[in-house]
Write a protein that binds this ligand. Structure first.
Ligand code: 0GY
Length: 306
């Protein structure tokens, strides 16, 4: 275990004092992709991590939740905490039933630990294939994890770059649980929305038991957060991609802020502006309700009212 907390050089801190969105989120909105980092003094970062973030505590997350008008959070274990889920579980326990978690576990995780995570609110595990974030994990170890969590009714969250989908798809299709794709599979939005790369992704979603997070325009965009004609319409080069997914798979889409936005080097998004991105990609009240409330409730709080 390490206690070194020297933040990665060039690291951008999360956006303090986010604006108030113009778009009013529907009652019961779930932020289905966010993280907590540390605080390192209590929850040290993992020795094998690829970056050291600034702390982003559960209290900071809950303050953002309330500011944006979000009701619930899904807190995804970040790679900087490795397979030590303590900070995430601590946040779940403090959330009073208003948060669920996605954990990182090893293939030999004890059964009792899986049960403890479930009781705390964990409903999935994350497999990360982004090379700058993790060392490659053998797929047979990941398959073992998937087999072990399937009886709990959990799902597998997968994070990969679009260029790697062709190679990974057979493995994904072999997994026994539903899959949740982070950030639309990270398309290259300089390519056409009807081009072969995104078509492959859409076929993958169509053919499998897959949910898609239409999150992280700030990671994918070249046009960036600039307003259009003075309006709060940011990240417009990503809009056609996300809108296509929302229109084609309206019952299997999820939205999240990705707060506190690790590993961004050019700009740190204003989370209020990220909320104003939503009506660009989900253009009707029905699409918005399914994206923000009904779908995440079905996946993370089945049987509960929003
Ligand atoms: C994200 C994206 C990133 C990082 C992580 O767990 C992580 O470290 O997910 C990234 O750097 O693209 O979802 O937060």
């Amino acid at each position: 275990m390490t206690t070194a907390t020297q933040v990665t050089p060039g690291w951008l801190d999360w956006y303090h004092g986010p604006s108030t969105p113009q778009f009013v989120l529907p009652e019961g909105t779930v932020d289905a992709h966010c993280h907590v980092f540390g605080p390192a003094a209590r929850f040290p970062y993992a020795p094998e991590r690829k970056y050291t973030p600034t702390d982003a505590s559960k209290d900071d997350l809950f303050a953002l939740r309330d500011h944006l008008g979000v009701s619930r959070n899904v807190i995804v274990q970040a790679t900087c905490h490795g397979a030590d889920n303590s900070a995430m579980v601590d946040a779940l326990q403090a959330a009073g039933g208003r948060a669920r978690g996605v954990a990182t576990v090893r293939p030999d995780v004890p059964e009792a630990e899986l049960r403890r995570l479930h009781d705390a609110g964990v409903r999935g595990v994350r497999f990360n294939f982004v090379r700058r974030l993790v060392d490659a994990a053998p797929t047979d170890a990941l398959a073992t994890i998937a087999r072990r969590i399937a009886p709990l009714g959990w799902h597998v969250v997968i994070y990969f770059e679009a260029a790697d989908l062709a190679e990974l798809a057979p493995f994904f299709a072999s997994l026994p649980t539903p899959l949740v794709v982070d950030h639309m599979g990270r398309p290259d939005v300089a390519q056409p929305v009807d081009g072969p790369q995104f078509a492959r992704f859409l076929r993958f979603v169509e053919a499998n038991d897959v949910w898609v997070k239409v999150s992280c325009p700030e990671r994918l965009s070249a046009t960036g957060p600039r307003a259009l004609d003075g309006e709060r319409r940011p990240y417009r080069d990503v809009v056609p991609f996300a809108r296509t997914v929302v229109e084609e798979f309206g019952d299997r889409v999820l939205w999240g802020t990705d707060w506190p936005h690790p590993n961004l080097t050019d700009h740190m998004p204003d989370d209020g502006l990220l909320v104003d991105y939503v009506p660009q990609i989900a253009t009707t009240a029905d699409q918005q309700r399914r994206l923000l409330v009904d779908n995440p409730m079905r996946l993370y709080w089945p049987g509960e009212d929003a």
